[in-house]
Design a protein around this ligand. Structure first.
Ligand SMILES: [Zn+2]
Ligand SMILES: [Zn+2]
Length: 361
């Protein structure tokens, strides 16, 4: 089968690999759609450290093709969205309603939960991103990473729930818990930022201010619920002007740049909430002021995977999709074949798409 393999930093290509059958507690999924996410690019360019070679892809949906022993939550023929965090149900975090931090993944180090590989290249073990490696025609995933969905949902739309849309909408509804009637500012309007904008619309925000440096992103934002758009350099003043000089009730950083997190925190009103969603470089810094942080009573939150419980929240988001509250089809700006993966990443870099999606025959 074909898979997108990263061999070294900034070296990736579409390659022929083999896939072993699923073992106990595992599922083989015929992938139907894979979203092109900035985190895939972060593995390629080394921002997210990962031992290589590895198959990337962590935002996918498909059809269960084979199940290993002991699998009870899905069966052959089921449609599933893959969760990039497994959901074991028994670890500390799962038991404390923080399934987005499930610790089942912690010892995998790029292999399956039992420490062995399913993907091989000429006999060599290949690692996979987030226990999935779903930028491939098929993948073997832990059953606890598979969430069954209704078959009427198009799988390309469903794939987006697996990372970007869940991360963005969940940051609004679960992490920040945006209240109706509030003012929300979103710094960075890529796939995650646009999903945050959609989440703000779902939450009933009165003003949703989209901030980006690229005109192409700002042009897309109103279609997803932004009421105002502003270029990055003018954002601070613009947000103050639109909030009687207080700052926004809720700010979100959706890129992963320390300086932008700083701007988002500064643009949050006293008593407001600044939520950091973008994953930045480990060397970068985001500084909180020891005088103003308590004085202004701002809440500064990190949001991982939209604070989601995949089993609860994937179907919830797909209900929003079904009732027209969440636009997934409009997020898919362009589809690609797996052979076109290099072009898809070039388009991601140049900011062309809300989301590019690889679809498979
Ligand atoms: Zn992602
Ligand atoms: Zn767990």
């Amino acid at each position: 089968m074909k898979a997108v393999v990263v061999d070294a930093i900034n070296e990736f290509s579409v390659q022929e690999v083999s896939l072993d059958a699923p073992k106990t507690g595992e599922v083989m999924v015929a992938i139907k759609a894979t979203g092109i996410c900035r985190s895939d690019l972060s593995v390629i360019n080394g921002t997210i450290p990962m031992e290589l070679p590895a198959v990337i892809g962590h935002e996918g949906a498909g059809i269960v093709q084979e199940v290993g022993p002991g699998v009870e939550n899905v069966e052959v023929g089921d449609h599933v969205v893959l969760s990039f965090i497994p959901n074991c149900g028994t670890c500390f975090y799962c038991e404390h309603e923080q399934a987005n931090l499930c610790s089942a993944k912690d010892n995998a180090n790029g292999f399956m939960l039992d420490g062995t590989a399913r993907v091989k290249r000429d006999g060599e073990d290949l690692r996979v991103m987030t226990l999935l490696g779903c930028m491939a025609e098929r993948c073997v995933a832990p059953a606890i990473s598979c969430v069954k969905i209704d078959k009427d949902i198009p799988l390309a739309a469903a794939a987006l729930i697996g990372c970007g849309v869940m991360t963005g909408v969940g940051a609004v509804l679960n992490t920040a818990q945006v209240e109706a009637g509030s003012t929300v500012a979103v710094f960075g309007c890529g796939g995650i930022g646009l999903s945050i904008i959609q989440g703000a619309r779902i939450a009933g925000a009165k003003q949703v201010i989209a901030v980006d440096t690229m005109d192409s992103k700002l042009e897309m934002a109103p279609g997803f619920g932004a009421t105002h758009v502003v270029k990055g350099e003018d954002a601070q003043e613009f947000i103050l002007e639109h909030t009687e000089q207080r700052g926004a009730d809720y700010c979100f950083e959706a890129v992963g740049i320390g300086a932008l997190m700083q701007q988002a925190e500064a643009a949050t009103r006293p008593g407001g909430t600044c939520t950091v969603v973008g994953v930045g470089n480990m060397e970068d810094q985001f500084v909180l002021n020891p005088f103003t942080l308590p004085l202004f009573g701002k809440r500064v939150l990190g949001s991982m995977y939209g604070g989601c419980n995949p089993k609860r929240d994937f179907p919830r988001l797909l209900d929003f999709y079904r009732t027209g509250k969440l636009d997934l089809d409009g997020m898919i700006t362009k589809t690609y074949s797996i052979d076109e993966a290099p072009q898809a990443f070039a388009d991601l870099r140049s900011g062309l798409n809300a989301r590019g999606v690889i679809v498979y025959d």
